[in-house]
Design a protein around this ligand. Structure first.
Ligand code: NAD
Ligand code: MG
Length: 400
């Protein structure tokens, strides 16, 4: 048996992971499940998978869940708070940790799993984006294994040469091609973009995901974060990573070699495929995803991204080239701007404006500790909230 902890088990990735786990009861057991506040779903998951531990952020909510589980005869111990997340990420009972919390909120727990030498199935791209160097050195020092379950990075991982020794160029890799669907607004007239609603932005054409990553997909900040994620995962310089729009989301990404070969991974857009790939790795296990019917897909199309429509993509490339503190500022400003847009306090087209304003005020400098990352994150959040307030007030004044 292999035992796992899922950080963020009630989210889209967490639920898909448990769906795959449930298909292999002889192979996988669950040690810990965590959620921010979705008590009812966490309760159901605990009854079904009988983990040793469950974690909720809020202490009162954790006590309530503990009482319900005791009444149901379940032996799960319920913990609370962010330190409990770090604790369950490093438990000796679990060899696998699925990092599926959204945002920089997942950083400390994911890092705790890296320091404890776990096999980490990484969905929480923001932890690699904001603390890439610290995170990769923790993985290296502890002997942890890092397997990407972000579909593009999982596809790249599957398309890479078998040996990881040497640089990408030494291994014959010329380019990494990250595919992007282009999201729901790929063809919307630019004049209409200012008025799109949160409901329209989270309605992704191909994937069902959490709200934050859905908005990131619409702005293509998700692809920008993924360029940074690929940089750290595959030691790839920014110029080696290219983005190509592929609206069908069937080719999940590609690796181009110096001899002209291009190797890709294809499949239906279903996160259970990359999750099962990483859970079973190096074996292949069933995921529950439908098999790809190419004749039904019919045609696959590709186009270059339009940077004027998707300014967030350029902002992310620029931040990666500038480095450390700028990338933390980019992520923080994006998290705040997306949340403010979802709460209808700023317009969709304000998102890149907020990020750009924050980056102008965030000095570029090296980052040397997790506390330092958190400091820059806090400062950038304050700047972003002020920028949002300014934009929101400006819009109300114009509307009034
Ligand atoms: P989601 O919003 O559906 O779920 C997030 C999970 O994290 C939930 O369990 C929630 O309770 C927990 N959480 C949220 N805030 C928290 C906090 N402050 N502290 C502790 N726990 C918290 O998100 P998702 O779509 O599952 O995405 C999770 C991560 O996976 C993100 O980093 C996202 O970029 C990445 N990812 C998701 C997909 C996808 O298809 N959904 C694909 C690739 C990568
Ligand atoms: Mg992705």
């Amino acid at each position: 048996m292999e035992y796992l902890t899922i950080l963020g088990s009630t989210g889209s990735i967490g639920v898909s992971t448990l769906d795959v786990v449930a298909r292999h009861p002889q192979r996988f057991g669950v040690v810990a499940l965590t959620a921010r506040s979705q008590v009812d779903l966490l309760y159901q998951q605990c009854c079904r998978f009988e983990p040793l531990y469950a974690v909720l952020l809020d202490e009162d909510a954790a006590e309530g869940l503990q009482a319900r589980l005791l009444a149901a005869g379940a032996s799960t111990l319920v913990l609370s708070g962010t330190s409990a997340l770090e604790k369950v990420a490093a438990l000796p009972e679990a060899g696998i940790v699925v990092a599926a919390i959204v945002g920089i909120a997942g950083l400390r727990a994911t890092l705790s799993a890296a320091r404890a030498g776990k096999k980490i199935l990484l969905a929480n791209k923001e932890s690699l984006v904001t603390a890439g160097a610290l995170f990769m050195s923790a993985v290296h020092d502890s002997g942890a294994t890092l397997l990407p379950i972000d579909s593009e990075h999982n596809a790249i991982f599957q398309s890479m040469p078998p040996s990881s020794a040497g640089s990408l160029a030494e291994r014959g890799v010329r380019r990494i091609l990250l595919t992007a669907s282009g999201g729901p607004f790929r063809t919307l007239s630019p004049a209409r973009l200012a008025a799109v609603t949160p409901e329209e932005a989270v309605a992704h054409p191909n994937w069902v995901m959490g709200r934050k990553i859905s908005v990131d997909s619409a702005t293509m900040m998700n692809k920008g974060l993924e360029v940074i994620e690929a940089h750290w995962l595959f030691a790839a310089p920014p110029d080696v990573i290219e983005v190509v729009i592929h609206p069908q989301s069937v080719v999940h990404s590609l690796v181009e070699y110096c001899d002209g070969s291009v190797i890709a991974q294809l499949g239906n857009p279903d996160m259970r495929t990359p999750i099962a790939h990483a859970l079973g790795y190096p074996q292949r296990i069933a995921s529950g995803a439908d098999f790809l019917d190419l004749a039904r897909v019919g045609s696959l199309s590709f186009e270059a991204p339009d940077h004027s429509r998707f300014p967030c993509l350029r902002l992310a490339y620029d931040a990666l080239r500038t480095g450390d503190s700028t990338v933390v500022g980019l992520n923080a400003a994006n998290e705040v701007a997306v949340a403010e847009f979802l709460d209808r306090r700023i317009a969709y087209t304000d998102i890149p404006v907020v990020i750009e304003q924050v980056l102008e005020m965030t000095p570029a400098r090296a980052v040397d500790s997790i506390e330092d990352v958190e400091r820059i994150d806090r400062d950038a959040r304050d700047l972003a909230l002020a920028a949002c307030a300014g934009l929101g007030a400006g819009r109300s004044a114009r509307a009034g």
